[in-house]
Design a protein around this ligand. Sequence first.
Ligand code: BV8
Ligand code: ZN
Length: 250
Amino acid sequence: MIIGDRLKRCLAEARHIVAFTGAGISAESGVPTFRGAGGIWNTMRPEELASMEGFLRNPRLVWEWYAYRKRVIAEVQPNAGHCALARMEKLVPDFSVITQNIDNLHRRAGSVRVFELHGNIERNYCITCGRRYSNEEVLQAAGVPRCAACNGNIRPDVVWFGELLPDDQWEGSVRASESASLFLSIGTSAVVYPAASLPVIAKAHGAYLVEINPEPTPLTERADEFLQGPAGSVLPELCDVLYEARKVLP
Ligand code: BV8
Ligand code: ZN
């Protein structure tokens, strides 16, 4: 991958770098993406499996799907892309990860400032009384786990279609995007809103917008640069360029 002089300078001088990630950054860890080749939504309907209506209509089907994903995610490891972002955070005074992913792989790779727009598959709660449950507790249940306190249905703590994003995560992500001098959009098809508006907000506030993806997306034509390749290879290269550039700075 050729990293041009403009991006090298940006990496060297950026005050605040934001890494905005989607399912693609976890693909090389073995976590299936939603769209594109082998994507989950190719065979299943998101409204059926990732919505409150779908859950209330068929809680058993939705729990089978999430239990399967919980087990897959428990077995995978962060990949070179996640680890490169964790390293970059240590090299830059102000570095934020904004993820649409629910797999917790950024934190497991060592990233500290992480905004989780769509929740976290390792957390669960009762829809009646709000009591929280771990995966260990819910994965023991046969079928739909019920609340020990009130017998209500337990759901994964993720944002479903038609649901609002957590206020603090969304507001923090907008603030970070508005103050970013370099905004990396990594492994996302940029079609799910309001998350997909963040790169546009960043660019409107003066950020240099770089997209990293093996395929073009609806965002590509608005990006200042499109680094076509897998995150697991491109991000370590960007991290090396950042390290070299910052090593010489006073
Ligand atoms: C909201 C959590 C507002 C669950 C997810 C009509 C009716 C109802 C709603 C809407 C509607 N039209 C629009 C909407 C809004 C809707 C939306 O945007 N729908 C889209 C599909 C049109 N959004 C919502 O509903 C949001 N809430 O709007 O509320 C509101 C207002 C008032 C009152 C009430 C509500 C909530 C959206 C959140 C949904 N939850 N996930 C779960 O995961 O189980 S979304 C789901 O998609 C994941 O979170 C995922 O992260 C996200 C985005 O997908 P991507 O991450 O981009 O993944 P994808 O597979 O698409 O792409 C992968 C990319 O990686 C590809 O480009 C591929 O090329 C690339 N790639 C592959 N390999 C690699 C790679 N890149 C790098 N390296 C590689 N190796
Ligand atoms: Zn309860």
